[in-house]
Design a binder for this molecule. Structure first.
Ligand code: ATP
Length: 353
């Protein structure tokens, strides 16, 4: 079922935490809300869950206005980062609890618990108590408890943040598979852009209570709406350089790069910000225009090497093949292809190209 927020805002006292925003999540879609701490992601989830009341606007589930419905009547299930299992109940009892609340008959409850335990591979844990489980297992049980009553919408609030790094990667993949298999509309909150990129059919990037951009992960990555999105999505972040337009090209760090006219939305003499992602650089020894990077930090990542240093006054990070073995103190000559360049307005930060 679809979820729709229409002009939804939220104030706490004098403070506006969510500016009026519009957001549609299609039936079966996995939409990830991503943004820095405090930007209002959790508040959006709580509004959809009915745990907060919007200051303005309407929330629709499957086209039906649920704005004034209490949480229990919204057919949504929320999973928090801190699992919130009942400590004195076994895993089976925890899973069964939402079904008891709905007064389902016992055989039906047992069938649903078995089904969900199988899907999540926790069948062998059914008689354990939460304290006997690892963090990852507990989180699976919490997922199971959200899934067992087959809600129309899943709301996830950083469900993987308390799991250790290795298990997090595995659970992330399982979660994606699970959502695909169940086809349940999902709104997922994280501050981790890798999670956003790998899980979401679409990603909504939030900052200070506003949605700056919504789109498929690759689109947001390739065509960020502004410098905030450009540097928030992608790790290490996109490099940004002050630049000036000249006839037929762009000057970055005192080097002239000829560019096709289509790339240049500005007029000669105008300033802009040039953005180039770390992986879009290549070393060059030829007589082509290049930026000089004074190597300061070299980190071997395995298949690639991450190199940090100054280009003129600007710090830049580049990813190069591991066989390029620069050392601190070296100067690298680097260039890029025009199709990998982004240009932003210097004041608003909005993308121009
Ligand atoms: P995080 O990733 O740290 O959880 P978030 O993006 O989920 O952050 P929210 O938890 O939605 O952000 O909070 C957004 C802002 O709203 C914060 O400044 C927070 O202090 C404020 N806020 C949230 N709930 C309340 C409340 N009940 N009363 C007052 N202010 C609140």
């Amino acid at each position: 079922m679809s979820v729709e927020l229409c002009g939804v805002s939220k104030r706490f006292g004098e403070k506006t935490v969510i500016a009026p925003l519009d957001l549609q999540v299609a039936t079966g879609e996995f939409l990830v809300l991503v943004g820095p701490s405090g930007c209002g992601k959790t508040t959006v989830l709580r509004l959809v869950a009915g745990l907060e009341e919007p200051s303005t606007g309407r929330i629709l589930v499957d086209g039906k206005d649920v704005t004034s419905l209490p949480p229990g009547q919204r057919d949504v299930a929320m999973v928090f980062q801190n699992y919130a299992l009942y400590p004195h109940m076994t895993v089976a009892e925890n899973l069964e609890f939402p079904l008891k609340m709905r007064r389902l008959p016992r055989p039906e409850r047992q069938r649903l618990v078995q089904e969900v335990a199988e899907v999540l591979d926790i069948g062998h844990l059914l008689n354990s108590l939460p304290r006997q489980l690892s963090g990852g297992q507990r989180q699976r049980v919490a997922l199971g408890r959200a899934m067992v009553r087959k809600p129309a919408v899943f709301l996830f609030d950083e469900p993987l943040s308390n799991i250790d790094a290795k298990l997090r990667v595995q659970t992330r993949a399982e979660l994606a598979r699970l959502q695909q298999r169940l086809g349940t509309t999902t709104l997922y909150v994280t501050h981790d852009q890798v999670e956003a990129m790998t899980l979401g059919h679409r990603v909504a990037v939030m900052k200070e209570g506003r949605i700056l951009q919504v789109g498929p992960p690759l689109e947001v990555y390739r065509l960020p709406a502004d410098t905030f999105v450009a540097t928030f999505i992608g790790s290490p972040p996109m490099n940004l350089f002050p630049a000036t337009v000249q006839a037929g090209g762009l000057v970055i760090a005192e080097t002239f790069f000829p560019l096709p006219q289509a790339v240049l939305p500005l007029h000669p003499g105008e300033a802009c910000t040039a953005g180039i992602r770390p992986e879009h650089w290549r070393p060059t020894s030829a007589e082509e225009p290049a930026l000089a990077l004074g190597v300061a930090v070299v980190e071997l990542l395995g298949p690639t090497v991450q190199v940090g240093g100054y280009v003129g006054q600007t710090w830049a990070t580049v990813l190069l093949p591991a066989d390029a073995r620069p050392r601190p103190g070296d100067t690298l000559k680097l260039t890029f292809s025009p199709e990998n360049l982004c240009l932003f307005a210097p004041d608003s930060g909005q993308r121009l190209y």
